[in-house]
Structure formats: structure tokens, C-alpha cells
Design a protein around this ligand. Structure first.
Ligand code: HSE
Length: 432
């Protein structure tokens, strides 16, 4: 039996996927039954890292998703359009779909799953989150017996690479970003990485899987790493933390109806926390549930080979099911998705967390007293206040709060901004 693949895109991940499919030796025997029928590319003339017979390359992507010979369409072009339309058209033509497209799946999963369930085809997306780390299928299958409470992840390789280089080698933000792009980690438009948007797409996908509901992408609160400075990195170090971009999905205990917190932001992570030691392009996802307790998934979160490994695993999952059940009347409920209702998401103001805040202020009597008063009036209790250095004429005061309601903290900050002695508040970073 041979299963035919139509590959959309031959970029970093597309080339990695073709590389695995063309070299099945020493891998799972199922791979020998999978062939690449057609590959959709932007330009036929481009020089490529992988050699493919020219007759299977085409610029007509529609012809691939409607080709009656193709069993599985693998969408690796990224971006919203035409990717979304091609996925839907492939489904309409009875193709199973494998995609690494987090942007499309974070926004259009309900529409795509509805179409797929109607057409009785699978849409798998292991490569959309965590690169080579298996996390999507484990949430659906191996960990499916649990009630999930927390998913906390470092899910963007580019930003983790940048923060690691800034922390370990004192390298400048812009310089490291260029390196990450050259290594093929960053998105074509790196604002999706550094702005936290890529991580927000990924946590909304994971939350939907873990909590069994549809997630509105705009419900994920999102802050990126562009404002992180070397001062913050060195204060973090002095205070016993490292800065990481965390993506968090948390189920509020005893909320009736059930509510989630969904957020992405730079975070002070205690050096002793397992996520503090995830460096470079690696990703890690800490999953907490009952009765499981905690497990952490760790590995390369981006790049050609690792992401292709996840893409090919999805292809194999589909081929495995097709072998036993070629004309399925019903989809395998462990592989398919059919979330019904939207998850309720609580506003960021209701999050309880600690905050690190860096103030630049006039070095005059009473400033720390005024700060303390303003925080106190809004019920924000302080854990530590330090004044170590100066930036030019201005004194630098660093405050770490106890766990407080974010809404109260924001009100206090608003009041503090109006104090004469406070010249600037360059950094506010949540603490895990
Ligand atoms: N740009 C993404 C990252 C690629 O840096 O993690 C993998 O999704």
C-alpha cells in the first residue's frame, strides 16, 4: 500500500520533511509506504538544499489540494492566507491534513475541525507547538486521563535564544535577533516572535487541547520581550532569577463556571525552577494535572529537522489509522478534535502574581516612602525594595511585590506615575 503526500512549501520545515520522507532507512517501516506525490513552491527556479525530481514541483498549490491521487496534504507555507483556504479546500476534497501552522490553527481551529469532522478526515498539528517536542498528541492521548490545571511553557525558540544570549554573554538584543534569523529559528516577520504573538498562538492551541474548549485567540494576554534591557537581566541575576518568556494557561480552582487565565509575558523565573534552565532555542512545557502531578516536556523548539520530525510523526499517525480503517465511518476520537463551547477566560486584572518593577527617580528625601504609601493604599504588599545604582542623575529603585491582584498593582502604578519625583518606570515584569 502506498500513501501519497502533497507537500505545500519547501522552506526550512518543508525541506526537512522531504529529507526524512526520502530517506526512510533505519526509521519506522511505515515510512517506506509513504511517497511524495507533489510539492508546491513559490518559485521553480530557486536553488534548494534538497534535490527533488523537477516534475513533482509545481507553483499551483490548488492543484495539489484537489489532486485525487493525494491522501494527505502537508501544509508548511505558514501565514494566514492562502494557508487557511488551502487547508479548507484540501479537507473539502477529502484529504487528511498535517500542518505546522500555529497562526492559522490558533485562529481558525473551530472552522477547520468542523469541516474536517464533516468530511471525516484528520487535521494534525504536532509541529505547530514546541517544534520537535511531542506535546499536542500527549495532551490528546497519553495524558488524556488527567484533569489539567496548568500548562506553563517556553514555547518560542527565537526569544529563548535571544534571552539566553543576553543573559549568558551580555549580547545586544538586535545582534542576537539577526543570528536567530540566520539559524532559521525566527518567523519571516520576527515581530511575531519578539512580540510574544507566536507564543500566544501556541498557548491558545495547548489550552484548547488541555481544557477541551475553543479558545478565542484575542483572549490571550500578550507582552513580548522587546523592552527587556541588560539592567533587568542583571537585576534578575542579583535577585536569584532568570528572565524567560512564559506562556501560561491556568485553570482557576473552584471557578463556577470554569475559567482560565491565558497569558504570555516575560517573567522572572526563580533559578531553582525547572524552566529556568531551558536555554538557547530549546523549548519546555510543564504540564500539571490530576492525578498526574507534573511532567515536563523538553527539547528543540524550532529548526528544520526537529520540526520535520513532528510533521512526519503526524503523517505516520494518519497512515497508521488508514491502514486499519481506510474508509472510516467514524474518526478515531483520540486523534480527532471536536471542541464544542468556548472557554471562559478571566481578565488580566484578576491575575494574582508578584511583580518586579524598576523606577528611575530623583534622588530626594521621601521617594521610597511615597512609593510604599501608594502601593499600600492599593493593597499591594512589598517583598523587597532596593536602591543599588544610578542611571546618570537618576536613582534606580527596584521593588518586588508579594503576590497581588494585577488590577490593584496597575492602579498603584498609575498613582505612582503622577508623583513628581518619579521620572520613568522602564520595566514591570511579572515574577513566577
Ligand atoms: N519562530 C518559532 C520559534 C519557530 O522561534 O519558536 C517554531 O514555531
Amino acid at each position: 500500500m502506498a500513501f501519497k503526500i502533497g507537500l505545500l512549501g519547501l522552506g526550512t520545515v518543508g525541506a526537512g520533511t522531504a529529507e526524512i520522507l526520502l530517506n526512510p532507512e533505519g526509521r519506522h517501516p511505515l515510512l517506506q509506504d509513504i511517497t511524495i506525490e507533489q510539492v508546491g513552491v513559490k518559485s521553480l527556479d530557486k536553488k534548494r538544499s534538497i534535490e527533488l525530481p523537477t516534475e513533482i514541483l509545481t507553483t499551483d498549490l490548488e492543484a495539489i489540494v484537489t489532486n485525487p491521487d493525494i491522501d494527505i496534504v502537508v501544509e508548511l507555507i505558514g501565514g494566514l492566507e492562502p494557508a487557511r483556504s488551502l487547508i479548507l479546500k484540501a479537507i473539502e476534497h477529502g484529504k487528511h491534513v498535517v500542518t505546522a501552522n500555529k497562526a492559522v490553527m490558533a485562529r481558525f481551529a473551530p472552522e477547520i475541525y468542523e469541516a474536517a469532522n464533516k468530511a471525516k478526515v484528520y487535521v494534525l498539528l504536532e509541529a505547530a507547538v514546541g517544534g520537535g517536542i511531542p506535546i499536542v498528541e500527549p495532551l490528546k492521548q497519553s495524558l488524556g486521563a488527567n484533569r489539567f490545571e496548568n500548562i506553563i511553557g517556553i514555547v518560542n525558540g527565537t526569544t529563548n535564544y535571544i534571552l539566553t544570549q543576553m543573559t549568558q554573554n551580555g549580547v545586544d538584543f538586535e545582534e542576537v535577533l539577526k543570528e536567530a534569523q540566520a539559524l532559521g529559528y525566527a518567523e519571516a516577520d520576527p515581530t511575531a516572535d519578539v512580540g510574544g504573538l507566536d507564543a500566544a498562538d501556541k498557548i491558545s492551541i495547548l489550552a484548547s487541547l488541555a481544557f477541551g474548549g475553543k479558545v478565542k485567540r484575542e483572549d490571550v494576554y500578550c507582552e513580548g520581550i522587546t523592552k527587556i534591557t541588560s539592567s533587568d537581566i542583571s537585576y534578575a541575576e542579583k535577585l536569584g532569577f532568570v528572565i524567560k518568556l512564559l506562556a501560561i494557561a491556568h485553570k482557576l480552582p473552584q471557578s463556577e463556571p470554569e475559567k482560565l487565565q491565558l497569558r504570555v509575558h516575560p517573567t522572572f523565573v526563580p533559578k531553582s525552577h525547572p524552566l529556568a534552565n531551558i536555554n538557547g532555542v530549546n523549548n519546555a512545557i510543564l504540564v500539571e494535572g490530576q492525578p498526574l502531578g507534573q511532567v515536563m516536556f523538553y527539547g528543540p523548539g524550532a529548526g528544520s529537522g526537529p520540526t520535520a520530525s513532528a510533521v512526519v510523526a503526524d503523517i505516520m499517525n494518519i497512515v497508521g489509522v488508514l491502514y486499519s480503517n481506510n474508509k472510516a465511518e467514524k474518526l478515531d476520537p483520540l486523534l480527532s478534535c471536536s471542541p464544542q463551547n468556548y472557554c471562559l477566560v478571566s481578565p488580566i486584572e484578576d491575575v494574582y502574581t508578584r511583580f518586579y518593577t524598576r523606577f528611575l527617580c530623583a534622588d530626594v528625601p521621601g521617594v521610597i516612602g511615597h512609593l510604599g504609601m501608594a502601593f499600600g493604599e492599593h493593597d499591594v504588599s512589598l517583598e523587597s525594595v532596593v536602591q543599588i545604582g544610578f542611571q546618570g542623575e537618576l536613582a534606580e529603585i527596584v521593588v518586588v511585590t508579594h503576590k497581588v491582584r494585577e488590577g490593584n498593582f496597575r492602579s498603584a502604578i498609575e498613582e505612582i506615575q503622577s508623583l513628581n519625583a518619579i521620572k520613568n518606570i522602564p520595566s514591570i515584569i511579572r515574577v513566577l
